[in-house]
Design a protein around this ligand. Structure first.
Ligand code: URA
Length: 257
């Protein structure tokens, strides 16, 4: 059970004072009856709460997709820099954290949640969840580089990188590429391109597992995940991830060739 004003805040209808105004204006209904007041108790999962004509849907965890702009750090707090949380205007933002990190100058998909279990599974090195990036890099990118990415690159770690899929959209003095990796080492994409003599000039994450950046979100904008998106992420982390399967297929192909 939870107070109605808190419930409305947590389901995205505004701050405490904003939802109190909505209540005063008679715009909130509980199970078909006008709401009694901010202190009325509601059962989060069972009661039907309608506010301004829209149903308030309670989710025990919050999941937000942010189109991270360049210039903010993927942290919950920082003494000097603006963080991704500073971009959010939701009452529950203090409990959210980013799932993994994008560099300060990297843009694109960043998932923010308070679901520690899902975050842990998505980041677990064992699960190899796919991450796809669009990059603009200095210098030509060739078929030989596609092979090198597939076979694994030496980026100064004990082991080479896992097989990655490099696709060339345009090759020239500045090349446009798409890369899918199945791990998440520090500055991994930049270091992979450095190892083939290219510098990453622009980097944007397009997807993480089944979750794809909503291209209608401008940099700095965010939205809640849909039920379908949450379900898909949970399902793929329950069982073997798509990345794990892709990697196993690639390994098999390499062994056969
Ligand atoms: N790889 C990088 O080099 N930077 C990022 O932000 C993400 C992946």
């Amino acid at each position: 059970m939870m107070r109605l004003d808190k419930f409305l805040c947590e389901t995205g209808f505004g701050t405490r004072s904003q939802v109190k105004t909505l209540l005063k204006k008679g715009l909130v209904w509980v199970n078909g009856e006008p709401a009694k007041g901010p202190e009325q108790k509601v059962r989060e999962e069972e009661d039907q709460v309608i506010c301004e004509g829209r149903q308030a849907v309670y989710m025990s965890f919050a999941y937000l997709m942010l189109h991270k702009p360049a210039g903010v750090v993927s942290a919950t707090e920082d003494r000097k820099e603006r963080t991704v949380l500073d971009l959010l205007d939701v009452p529950y933002k203090k409990k959210l954290f980013p799932v993994g990190r994008l560099d300060k100058d990297t843009e694109g998909l960043l998932l923010l949640t308070d679901d520690g279990e899902l975050a842990h599974k998505l980041l677990s090195p064992k699960r190899h969840v796919d991450k796809t990036y669009y990059a603009e890099v200095s210098g030509e990118v060739t078929k030989e580089h596609i092979r090198q990415f597939r076979e694994g690159l030496s980026i100064g770690e004990k082991r080479p990188t896992l097989p990655a899929v490099l696709q060339i959209r345009k090759s020239g003095s500045v090349s446009e590429v798409q890369v899918t990796i199945h791990e998440g080492k520090y500055h991994q994409i930049k270091r992979m391109f450095e190892s083939i003599g290219c510098q990453v000039l622009y980097l944007k994450r397009l997807s993480m597992g089944s979750l794809m950046l909503d291209e209608t979100l401008m940099p700095g904008e965010y939205r809640m995940l849909t039920k379908g998106e949450i379900q898909a992420l949970k399902e793929e982390t329950e069982t073997k991830s798509v990345g794990q399967r892709t990697m196993e297929r690639q390994r098999g192909a390499l062994q056969r060739s």
